[in-house]
Structures are given as C-alpha cells and as structure tokens.
Design a protein around this ligand. Structure first.
Ligand code: B12
Length: 361
C-alpha cells in the first residue's frame, strides 16, 4: 500500500512524501506551554494545548498520517525598491491551500479505487502542527527561523497531511541534525528581531503576523513592516539553504506580487475580491491590506498618498484613523500636527488618546 501511495503521489507531481503514526506529540508539550506563557503564540493557532498534542479527534480511529511538502518560489527575486506594496512569495499564483488540498484529494480518490478508508486532509487549517508531523515522518528539519527545510527545495515548501484510518508501515526518519550549525543570518536579518536565540519566534513581533493580525500594531513594530502588504520572506530569502532554489532558472513572472497602492486605496470590496480572492495573502480582506498600505506609505515616504491618507481622519473607521494619524506625522510632521490636534475633540476616548500619544501631549 505504501508503495502505491508513493507512486500515486509522484504521478501527481508530489515527490516528497512521508508517513508517521498518529500519536500524541507529547514531546512538544513543554514548547507549547512555554509559548503560551511568554505570549509567543497567536490567534491563528488553537490555544487549547491538549487539542494540539493529540489530534486524533480530527479523524476517528486514525492510524497513519501521510505527509507531503510542495515546493514554490523557484527563481524568485526580491523586487527592486519600488513605489508599490509587496506580497510574500507564498502568495504567488493560486492559493496554495486550494492547490495542495486538491492534489491531496486527487491522491485519496486514486487510492480509494484500491481500498476503502476514511480520511481528513490538513493544509494549514487544523490544530495539527504541520511542521511537527512532517519532520516526524522524515521530511526535512527545522531551521533556526522555525521553517521546515528540505535539502533540495530549501524552506520554500508548503506542508500538507492526510490523516487515514489505515495502518501503514511508517518511516524511521534520519536523525535530524542541526544543519544551521553556527549560522545566525535569519536571526540578524529579521527586521523586528522576532527570531530568538532559543529557536523560537516571538510571533507577536514577526512581520508576517503583524501584516495579518486585526489586533493593534504597536508603534515601535510598524517600521519593520516596510512595504509589506501581506506576509514576510526576509528570514527565508536570506537563508543560505534557499540559495539554490532562488537562483534556479524560472519562467514565472513574480510581478503580480507587487501591489498598486493607489488602486488599493480606491478599491471596493467587490473589486478587491475579483482581483485577489484566489491568492493566499488575501484571506484577511481588503481593510487589513489597506491598513498595511497606510503603514507602507509612512515607512517608504510615499508622500503622493498624503491626501488620501488624510481623508481617513474624517472617515468612519477607527482602525484607519489610528494608523493614518501616525503615517501623516511620519510623512510631514509640520503640516500634520495641527490637523491631528484639531480632530481630538471629535474623537472617542481611544482615538483621542492615540492622537495625544502621537503628538506627545
Ligand atoms: C500560526 C502560524 C503562523 C504564525 C506563527 C508562526 C510560528 N513560527 O509559529 C505566523 C503568522 C507568524 C506565521 C508566519 C508564517 N507562516 Co505560518 N503557520 C502557522 C500555523 C497555522 C501554525 C504554526 C504553529 O503551530 N506554531 C506553533 C509552533 C509550536 O509550531 P511550529 O512552528 O509550526 O513547529 C515547531 C514545532 O513543530 C517544533 N518541533 C518540531 N519537532 C520538534 C521536536 C522537538 C523535540 C522540539 C523541541 C520541537 C519540535 O519546531 C517547529 C519550529 O519551531 C501553521 C500551519 C499548521 N497548522 O501547523 C502555518 C505554517 C507554519 N506557516 C507556514 C508559512 C509558509 C508561513 C510564512 C512563511 C508565511 C509568510 N511568507 O509570511 C511565515 C513564516 C514565519 C516563520 N519564520 O515561522 C508554513 C510553513 C512551511 C515551512 N516550510 O515550514 C505552515 C506549516 C503552513 C503550511 N501548511 O504550509 N505562521
């Protein structure tokens, strides 16, 4: 059965496939507790640790987890400094959640012609710790930047799993050695010092997190966001393990990862969905992109958007006001001070306090 699964996966263009038993991940208990205690976990993760350590409830009688990794970013070049916003390369092309899910669904359909079984596909969408089950089944190792790294594809791989209620002989992974050795490039290049010496990430500081959260972004973290509209690739682009994949010949045109901010500021929700709904980076919706665009304008000194951002001070959105006032002061402190001061009396307590804080009143 195992050989048949591998053969079927290969036919679907999946060339990295592993197998592991459905067991509790008790070895991660300390790590997960430590993250919660230190506020290193985030709202995109299941907070009930017991549901992460034992995911057998996802599929009754689950015996085996089939794991796969799927490469991307071949030949990707960081765009030259531009007057646009930037999306992470993980958001290139069709949403990887859909692509990988469909591939795994096809794999299951093929196998079901041979034998009946129950299954559950997981691609980033369940409490399963994708990286943990992939490493357990021998697919790659974890780098200091927390990324799962494959010897050939580097860390630019998406992870997927299929839980099944069949018993399949599993892989005994090689002993995972620390292939990062003394390299600390990701730690030193991370724009917000989110990668810690103890191989953990302070998720709340990670630019990828900041670009997706709906929570308040602390003023001191905003600069690190640069012109990112979704995600961040810095710890991967600078990783020597990705040198090979990034320097491969490729016909892909990555220019769609650049976002026209003028267009974004004017877009209706409908127009946004039409243009971006099929990519991975749009899942938080237009307003989060627009917030990030305001931050990007301030960071990059895009003064041509000054008036558009100023209009937000008179709008309905508390979120836009928060970042607009900060951005206007960054873009032109003298011109903006009075404008913001004069708005204090019209605003609720949160916004007026925010304005006072920015004006150091
Ligand atoms: C929440 C989340 C985030 C958060 C937090 C990330 C983080 N580092 O935890 C934020 C929003 C910041 C984020 C960002 C990104 N994410 Co994300 N994210 C997730 C999600 C949903 C859960 C991650 C999680 O549980 N974290 C908690 C910690 C404990 O687990 P972990 O980091 O995943 O894995 C650790 C443990 O497994 C541990 N470990 C494994 N075995 C063992 C054994 C022992 C003994 C020990 C001690 C530890 C240990 O080492 C791992 C690294 O620390 C997963 C999907 C999923 N369901 O797993 C995707 C996932 C991790 N993300 C992914 C991607 C692509 C990204 C981004 C690259 C997107 C981008 N370009 O902006 C960045 C990368 C940031 C980074 N350097 O980690 C991929 C990672 C692929 C890969 N090659 O590793 C995943 C797996 C989605 C997928 N299915 O492809 N993400």
């Amino acid at each position: 059965m195992k050989d048949k699964i591998i053969e079927a996966a290969n036919a679907l263009g999946i060339d990295r496939i592993g197998f592991t038993k459905m067991t509790k991940l008790d070895e991660l208990s300390e790590l997960l507790n430590y993250r919660i205690k230190n506020d290193y976990s985030c709202e995109f993760e299941e907070q009930d640790i017991s549901k992460r350590l034992d995911v057998s409830y996802l599929l009754p009688n689950c015996k085996t987890i089939i794991t796969v990794i799927f490469p991307y970013a071949k030949g990707y070049r960081v765009p030259e400094k531009t007057d646009m916003g930037n999306l992470s390369v993980s958001s290139y092309g069709m949403d990887y959640h859909k692509v990988l899910h469909e591939k795994l669904e096809l794999l299951v359909l093929k196998l079901k012609k041979e034998i009946e079984f129950n299954y559950k596909i997981c691609v980033d969408n369940t409490p399963l710790i994708d990286r943990a089950v992939c490493t357990k089944s021998g697919l790659g190792y974890i780098g200091k930047n927390n990324m799962l790294i494959d010897d050939e594809y580097g860390s630019f791989v998406f992870l997927g799993s299929v839980l099944i209620d069949l018993d399949i002989s599993v892989d005994e992974p090689d002993i995972i050695t620390d292939k990062c050795k003394s390299c600390n490039i990701c730690i030193s290049k991370c724009p917000n010092s989110a990668i810690l010496e103890n191989r953990m990430i302070n998720t709340k500081k990670c630019v990828s997190y900041l670009s997706q959260t709906k929570e308040y972004i602390p003023i001191e973290y905003r600069k690190a966001m640069g012109n990112q509209i979704y995600g961040c690739d810095i710890c991967q682009i600078n990783c020597p393990k990705n040198y090979k994949i990034l320097n491969q010949e490729s016909k892909e045109d990555y220019s769609s990862l650049l976002v026209d901010l003028g267009e974004l500021f004017k877009m209706s929700n409908k127009e946004f969905n039409l243009k971006y709904e099929n990519i991975a980076g749009s899942w938080r919706g237009k307003n989060i992109w627009k917030r990030n665009a305001i931050i990007a304008c301030a960071n990059m000194g895009f003064n041509n958007f000054y008036d558009i951002i100023k209009d937000e001070l008179y709008g309905q959105s508390q979120m836009f006001k928060t970042y607009a006032a900060w951005a206007l002061l960054k873009l032109d402190i003298e011109k903006s001070k009075d404008i913001i001061y004069n708005r204090i009396k019209y605003e609720n307590e949160f916004i007026s306090n925010e304005y006072k804080k920015l004006l150091e009143l």
